[in-house]
Design a protein around this ligand. Structure first.
Ligand code: 3PG
Length: 399
């Protein structure tokens, strides 16, 4: 690990540690947390700090609030703080502000082993503006800065960049989650065991052009699924019926197919329906999708072929569901691939976001070598985008 980690700090006793976590968890319409994976992922770091007789000031964003207190209410950090308290098995104090006198007073009072959660960072305009004065107020709260927010590492929000920049003489390290993510992804990018297989799905090609290009230079094979299939099929001149297509991305899709010649495999058959709410009328077609029909999943021949490829691979990276998996009748492809990965002895790395949610929904997350907490961050890291947030973390001295 090139960056300093928590383990590089010899003595945390009595220190106040400012920990940037990514508690940007999915919420239902009432603001309840529907998946607490990102909160659980921060526990090793927080527990380590508390066990070392230090206190933790926990800060995160949640959602994309618009500055309207009524509409933004579901994005308050209260539920995340409650959930954290349950998981840690100790009281967690939450303040209703991001910075200011109440926050400073609460931080001042912290005793070793105590946890303070700040209000949603994005309730303050300084966060996304990367504002230095705002960052200085956060920086003053603590003796140590820890970045344990892998899912936000591709952002340059104040808490990710300006806050550690405002703490030049204090330790600035990554937490256990970020350290683990970087270690696994760096190994994947630098020394993968071969054959190295990528499985790419999800709705859009446009979100993943750089990611796919980067992978094409590294992997031996790419299996395509999800709605992005239909953009690739259309780019090849195949019939896609009424399936979802990004018409403005056809030339980029063609370019990717050209770059990936001999590596990219498109589905051989498709599960199609006449209307999304009519799963009973679903049928399987090979090749072109007929007019009036919508592709919703990969078909059985494709599932068999993809599972065979998984069986041969030594390393597999997977990002994006292979069909409309959230609707059970259309979840076969995603489920079968998740199961094949769970049974494979290969190094299996699953990208965050929807793919992680799918693997969790099938109860197979523990069977993977790694399920990333990063959605966009995972894609951008693999793509090779430099992260200013990580540049702010101290380098480990190499002798
Ligand atoms: C994510 O979920 O990708 C991160 O928490 C970043 O959130 P954002 O896309 O709203 O910046």
């Amino acid at each position: 690990m090139a960056k300093k980690t928590l383990a590089d700090l010899p003595n945390l006793r009595g220190k106040r540690v400012l920990v940037r976590v990514d508690f940007n968890v999915p919420l239902d319409a009432a603001g309840n947390i529907t998946n607490d994976r990102r909160i659980r992922a921060a526990l090793p770091t927080l527990q380590y700090i508390l066990d070392a007789s230090a206190s933790a000031i926990v800060m995160s964003h949640l959602g994309r609030p618009k500055g309207d207190p009524k509409k933004d209410a579901p994005y308050k950090m209260d539920r995340a703080a409650d959930r954290l308290g349950q998981l840690l098995g100790r009281p967690v104090h939450k303040v209703n502000a991001v910075v200011g006198p109440d926050v400073a007073a609460a931080a001042q009072k912290l005793q070793p082993g105590a946890v303070l959660v700040l209000e949603n960072l994005r309730f303050h305009p300084g966060e996304q503006a990367g504002d230095a004065a705002f960052a200085a107020q956060l920086a003053q709260l603590a003796d140590v800065y820890v970045n344990d927010a892998f899912g936000t590492c591709h952002r340059s929000d104040a808490s990710m960049v300006a806050v550690p920049a405002a703490m030049p003489s204090k330790p600035r390290v990554v937490g256990k989650l970020v350290a683990k993510e970087l270690e696994i992804l760096d190994e994947l990018l630098s020394a993968p065991r071969r054959p190295f297989l990528a499985i790419l799905g999800g709705a859009k090609v446009s979100d993943k052009i750089g990611f796919i290009k980067s992978l094409l230079t590294r992997v031996d094979r790419v299996l395509i699924g999800g709605a992005m299939t239909y953009t690739f099929m259309k780019a090849e001149g195949q019939g896609v019926g009424n399936s979802r297509v990004e018409v403005d991305k056809l030339s980029q899709a063609r370019e990717l197919l050209q770059l990936g010649k001999g590596k990219i495999i498109l589905p051989l058959d498709h599960l199609v329906v006449e209307a999304l709410d009519k799963p009973d009328g679903a049928r399987v077609v090979e090749g072109n999708i007929p007019e009036g029909w919508i592709g919703v999943d990969i078909g059985p021949r494709t599932i068999a072929r993809y599972c065979e490829e998984i069986g041969k691979a030594q390393t597999v990276v997977w990002n994006g569901p292979l069909g409309k998996y959230e609707d059970k009748p259309y979840s076969q492809g995603t489920r079968a691939v998740a199961k094949a990965l769970a049974e494979s002895p290969a190094v299996t790395v699953v990208g965050g976001g929807e793919t992680a949610e799918a693997v969790e929904a099938f109860d197979l997350a523990d069977k993977m070598k790694h399920v990333s907490t990063g959605g966009g961050a995972f894609l951008e890291y693999v793509e090779g985008t430099p992260f200013p947030a990580l540049a702010q973390i101290e380098d480990r001295k190499t002798s």
